[in-house]
Design a protein around this ligand. Sequence first.
Ligand SMILES: [Zn+2]
Length: 71
Amino acid sequence: MPIYEFSCQKCNSNFETFVISHKNINSVQCPKCGSKKVQKVVSAFNCGCSSGGSLSFGGSSGCGGGSTRFG
Ligand SMILES: [Zn+2]
């Protein structure tokens, strides 16, 4: 099952959600605050750094869509 982990940029909560297609990733909302400013968590980056500032994603190409800048 395509379950992805997301991190909310607004309330900083992580959650997992069922994503049917890649289109749905853009319409994922935080179940806690309802914000759409969510960032897909890449498992490869799961290094155990719980506290921290902003993570920069931008290495992988082909991830079309609007670019969001934090900070
Ligand atoms: Zn949230």
